[in-house]
Ligand binder design. Structure first.
Ligand code: FAD
Length: 276
């Protein structure tokens, strides 16, 4: 549809999940993604699953990005994993701080994602295209909106090539963030992260955890649907397609879909955009 698309997956936990994900990927490849990315559990908890899913995507002839979180990691372990990713043929990373599950000690030699970006650049030059996370509605742990913007600028100064946002349903927050970052000289492409709405309870849970705001009118409509999954899905498709259409018309550099390892909603949204 003329706009670069990317699709995000998480590493499946079972052989059945891996098989299902293969089918999901094949369905989504019809939309010719620029790349597909695979999340990485903080503390290296999913490293094996992340790397093996990335390997499969590359073997399917599609560009793959590995997410990479640095919290709790040492420089030696990051160095070794970067070498492994490079040898696998990975050329794109999503460099993150990550969130450690409670109970993990902090430790580690990296404090923020900007430290990881600087390390990747120092160690591997421009072998990797480095993506970072951006938070148009402000990261939940940020001291202030301005401190969070400065943290984003620090990641760009450390060498990030482009960014993917946390999902949002309020496009004004995205446009404001991009304008503010540009004003501070951080003018890398910032690709909106898109979360299809397929379940009310799951969306509420995720949004509370990651600080994404569900506008009141969307929340109330979802609540009113109760257990009526068909209506939730139908409403969700309309809302998210309209958001994507608005973003596309405003000239965003791409759309990154949080697929949740499901193809149906993403395919339907992309299909509607292609028709529009
Ligand atoms: P940072 O950019 O380091 O920011 C973290 C916090 O520290 C922010 O509040 C920021 O304002 C603050 N901060 C940064 N620098 C400074 C500084 N110098 N001084 C003071 N404060 C500072 N998590 C995973 O575990 N695995 C994944 O695969 C994953 N993929 C993601 C993909 C995308 C596109 C996004 C948007 C998020 C993803 N996350 C993932 C979640 C992410 O790890 C969390 O949001 C995490 O809490 C922050 O990571 P970050 O890279 O944005 O951190």
């Amino acid at each position: 549809m003329g706009l670069p698309l990317s699709f995000e997956f998480f590493p499946p936990k079972t052989p059945e999940g891996a098989e299902r994900l293969r089918g999901v990927r094949q369905a989504l490849y019809a939309h010719k993604p620029e790349f597909c990315s695979v999340t990485y559990g903080a503390g290296g908890s999913t490293q094996e699953g992340t790397f093996s899913t990335v390997r499969e995507i590359l073997a399917e002839g599609v560009s793959a990005a590995s997410h990479f979180s640095c919290i709790g990691a040492t420089k030696a372990s990051v160095r070794q994993q970067l070498a492994e990713l490079k040898a696998m043929g990975v050329r794109r990373l999503v460099a993150l701080r990550g969130d450690l599950p409670s109970g993990y000690g902090l430790g580690g030699e990296f404090q923020y994602a900007s430290d990881l970006v600087a390390f990747i650049r120092a160690e591997t030059g421009h072998d990797f295209h480095v993506e970072v996370a951006a938070y148009p509605e402000v990261h939940p742990q940020a001291k202030s909106p301005d401190a969070d913007l400065q943290a984003f600028v620090a990641k760009v100064r450390a060498g990030a090539d482009s960014a993917i946002t946390q999902y949002f349903f309020n496009s004004d927050a995205y446009f404001r963030f991009v304008d503010d970052a540009h004003r501070l000289g951080a003018d890398i492409p910032v690709v909106p992260g898109i979360m299809p709405i397929t379940s009310s309870a799951q969306l509420m849970r995720f949004s509370d955890a990651c600080g994404a705001e569900i506008p009141r009118w969307i929340r109330l409509r979802l609540q009113a649907f109760g257990d009526d999954i068909a209506s939730i899905k139908s409403f969700g498709l309309d809302v998210v397609t309209d958001l994507c259409d608005q973003l596309r018309n405003a000239g965003v550099p791409g759309l990154h879909f949080y697929t949740m390892n499901q193809s149906a909603a993403t395919q339907e949204i992309v299909g509607r955009l292609e028709l529009a």
